[in-house]
Design a protein around this ligand. Structure first.
Ligand code: ADP
Length: 437
């Protein structure tokens, strides 16, 4: 960027310098031309007053060293007098532009280049009272030669200015870039380096993203560690019990119990693996989820039907309230959400407790509530139960076949639907989880 800025600013200033030089040359030539014409006009006015005889007598004009040429031209264009040449030998001058102009307007100007282009002659002609035309010409170096002559100076000037511009550009760009480079070097350090106020939002955003990346890397690392740990326990149990059976240490009467433990651990492994696969699937769905018109009440009814047996086993009354409520949702995700919330409300309940599921529309938004009269969650755990593998009471969770991933999945599903999740819970009273779509 520094290099690009340097070259671009340098190119702009150099172009400006060149244009300025060319314009200055043009303006100086224009001034010079005006000056010459002004002089010629003065000569004509003097000669007009002194008369032609004075001109003729004025010997110097006949001298070619002096580059002033005086000509008197008649009404018909014939040359009456010329200070350079014999009047008779000169061709008719009627068609000359300055003569034409003088005949028309009283006076006329013209500049003519010599054939070599190195010299130009400036003419001023004036219509006299007697009808003749008095013309004075002056030969000077042409503009091209003038330009050619000043070219080395102009080139030297251009080179000098180029270096000056280079130096200034370098300084300016350096000043401009330093805070940005300082910012790039100290993206992580607090306090913020002294950057342009316009860049502060970028700095904040980059820092936030950086923190998020670090955080998600940490979460992933923790998750991997947790997964390994969670898988190890049932596997160790399976390995241990089967080894006892294999070595013959287990007596006939133990085998049935060991097989039961192996079965339980295998089921636990399956549940864990299912949830892990599910979570990683949810993690990798970056694009929009598939949605369709879905009646939340109907999904809740199916879920409750499936969980009735479990509710009865736990001596919990599971009921659905509310009304049909249609929204654009992902069916399998919503089924999973209901299942996880109701399953928890049954599992972390007390015998004789209730689970009330409500589906309704509030202020134009679909709302679901899963309320239980169970053991509740104390405030210090409430924040954390949506984390992966977080369980308030590990042994209780394990005894109910919980993996500690159910609420993490719920949180994910809610986020994918851009819905809002909230929870009210009191230990010993119960828990209510609310999702607003
Ligand atoms: P689990 O598979 O252990 O149920 P979850 O992620 O579903 O995992 O829940 C995390 C933890 O939150 C549970 O272990 C339990 O301690 C607590 N919890 C979840 N739902 C409830 C509830 N309705 N009442 C009381 N505690 C709950």
């Amino acid at each position: 960027m520094r290099r690009k800025l340097n070259t671009q600013i340098l190119m702009i200033t150099e172009t400006a310098v060149l244009i300025a030089l060319i314009l200055t040359s043009l303006v100086s030539y224009e001034l010079f031309k005006n000056e010459v014409f002004h002089n010629l006009k003065t000569y004509v006015e003097i000669f007009e007053q002194t008369g032609l005889e004075a001109v003729e007598r004025y010997d110097t004009f006949k001298n070619k060293e002096n580059n002033l040429r005086v000509t008197v031209i008649g009404k018909d264009g014939g040359v009456i007098y010329d200070s350079y040449a014999d009047a008779g030998s000169l061709e008719n001058h009627l068609e000359r532009p300055e003569v034409q102009e003088a005949l028309k307007d009283g006076s006329g100007y013209a500049v003519r280049q010599s054939t070599t282009m190195s010299m130009s002659t400036f003419y001023y002609a004036k219509l006299l009272e007697d009808g003749n035309i008095l013309r004075v010409g002056e030969e000077t170096t042409s503009f091209y030669r003038l330009l050619l002559g000043t070219l080395p100076i102009l080139a030297a000037l251009a080179v000098l200015l180029f270096f000056l511009c280079y130096l200034i550009t370098h300084l300016v760009v350096g000043n401009f870039m330093t805070p940005i480079e300082r910012m790039a070097d100290s993206l992580d350090s607090e306090p913020s380096p002294d950057v342009y106020p316009e860049l502060k939002p970028f700095l904040r955003k980059i820092r936030k993203q950086h923190e998020d990346i670090l955080q998600s890397a940490q979460i992933r690392q923790e998750f991997t560690a947790n997964v390994t740990h969670e898988l190890k326990t049932p596997l160790a149990a399976i390995s241990g019990y089967s080894e006892l059976i294999e070595s013959g240490i287990a007596g006939e009467q133990d085998i049935h119990h060991f097989a039961e433990e192996i079965h339980k651990s295998a089921n636990r492994l399956l549940a864990l693996i299912n949830d892990i696969i599910h979570l990683s699937e949810l993690d990798s769905t970056r694009q929009e989820i598939d949605r369709a018109q879905l009646d939340l009440y109907a999904v809740a009814r199916d879920c409750i039907e499936n969980l009735q047996v479990s509710a009865e086993k736990h001596q919990v009354l599971l009921q659905l309230h509310g009304e049909s409520c249609v929204a654009e949702l992902n069916k399998s995700m919503i089924e999973e959400l209901f299942y996880n919330l109701c399953d928890n409300a049954i599992n972390y309940n007390v015998p004789g407790g209730r689970v009330d599921v409500t589906v309704q529309t509030e202020e134009g938004r679909a709302v679901i509530r899963v309320k239980d009269t169970g053991i509740g969650i104390s405030p210090e755990h409430q924040e954390r139960i949506f984390e992966r593998f977080y369980r308030v009471d590990k042994s209780r969770s394990k005894s109910t076949g919980g993996t500690g991933l159910g609420l993490a999945i719920v949180k994910h599903i809610v986020a994918q639907h851009q819905a809002e999740l909230s929870m009210i819970s009191e230990p010993g009273v119960g828990t209510e989880i609310k999702v607003v779509f």
